[in-house]
Design a protein around this ligand. Structure first.
Ligand code: NDP
Length: 321
């Protein structure tokens, strides 16, 4: 219709990261629209912790819409060591991106929270109304509080300036272009990298913790389709959880099994139980998403793991690691 055909310019911050690359692939293929221009920027194009640089980026690109992905991101062990830095960098990035969006009259901004910012002590399943209910897990308090403040900014820009700035809440994401560096990777890319090396060197695969924690994982290309939907159709200020269903939660042990199978690793798997487990579970409800998109199909976990492992093996030389 006429509204849909209106030209829009969507600026994607964090466009060089895993989720950004997935959105780029989706809007250049299955979700391509002639009225939409998508612009992907990474930290080399603009350091978003710098307000003047952020303003210059918005001045140059003149976006009508923003997908805000850029963040200092890391797994459990990286967070444990750098909570202050996670808080300060992410606070600066988020404040600058939303301030520039308002200043340059951006109509819609879709920012990114995470299911790991919810209260540590909580009832399950977690839903969108619970973002501010209690302290997050101690391991990532810096990252979590900085993310929560995005929701505070969105409410402020709505009440004082009638802006439609919103946020989405992905569960654990994995896929091509992930960060596979052992020091700061999330659990799945770390496992994929470790299993790859263990297989190559004929050594045991050493996994951290007990294997019992439960997680919901979303494939980056599924998440990308949901972001595109949010840009086009999601009109609320309140956040919406982008996750697979509660029934699709897997244990770390099951995730290890999936990776081992996809890599074709046949050696011994050892569990280093001295290492931290992190939060036992953070089961999130995707009922709100299902209310909007009852027929959305997620890629089955094993199939998505297979795609991710194949990508890593093929792109081993250039992958972030
Ligand atoms: P990546 O680490 O792959 O990408 C992070 C992106 O942020 C990169 O494009 C990076 O740029 C950019 N960035 C970091 N610092 C700056 C800066 N100072 N200025 C400008 N850009 C910067 O992250 P993901 O794609 O995994 O995550 C995207 C979003 O999704 C993040 O907000 C994250 O918190 C959220 N999220 C991720 C989950 C996951 O499991 N991965 C789960 C839930 C939420 P460059 O690479 O060019 O340096």
């Amino acid at each position: 219709d006429a509204v849909q055909a209106e030209p829009i310019r969507v600026l994607v911050t964090g466009g060089s990261g895993m989720v950004g690359k997935a959105i780029e692939q989706v809007v250049n293929t299955v979700e391509k629209r002639s009225n939409e221009t998508w612009i992907f920027v990474g930290s080399k194009d603009c350091d978003l912790t710098d307000l003047a640089a952020t303003r210059a980026l918005f001045e140059k690109e003149k976006p009508t819409h923003v997908v805000h992905l850029a963040a200092m991101v890391g797994g459990l062990f990286h967070n444990l060591a750098h909570n202050l830095q996670f808080f300060r960098k992410n606070m600066a990035i988020n404040d600058n991106v939303l301030a520039a969006s308002h200043e340059f009259n951006v109509r819609k901004c879709v920012s990114t929270l995470s299911t790991c910012i919810f209260p540590d002590k909580t009832t399950y399943p977690i839903d969108e109304t619970m973002v501010h209910n209690g302290p997050p897990h101690d391991s990532n308090f810096g990252y979590a509080y900085a993310k929560r403040m995005i929701d505070v900014l969105n409410k402020g820009y709505e009440t004082e300036h009638q802006r439609r700035y919103t946020s989405v809440v992905p569960c654990n994401v994995f896929g091509p272009f992930d960060n596979y560096n052992f020091q700061d990777a999330h659990v799945l890319p770390a496992l994929i990298h470790k299993a790859y090396i263990a297989k190559k060197e004929g050594k045991p695969l050493v996994c951290f913790g007990s294997g019992t924690p439960l997680r919901q994982f979303i494939y980056s290309l599924d998440l990308a389709r949901l972001y595109v939907w949010a840009v086009r159709h999601y009109e609320e200020i309140d956040p919406i959880i982008f996750s697979v269903g509660e029934e699709d939660e897997v244990s770390i042990q099951q995730a290890v099994n999936g990776v081992v199978k996809a890599i074709g690793f046949e050696g011994e798997v050892i569990w280093d139980r001295e290492k931290a487990d992190g939060q036992y579970k953070k089961t999130a409800s995707n009922a709100k998403l299902r209310k909007y998109l009852p027929d959305f199909k997620f890629t089955p976990f094993d199939e998505a793991i297979k795609h991710s492992v194949d990508w890593f093996v093929t792109n081993f030389e250039t992958a972030r690691k």
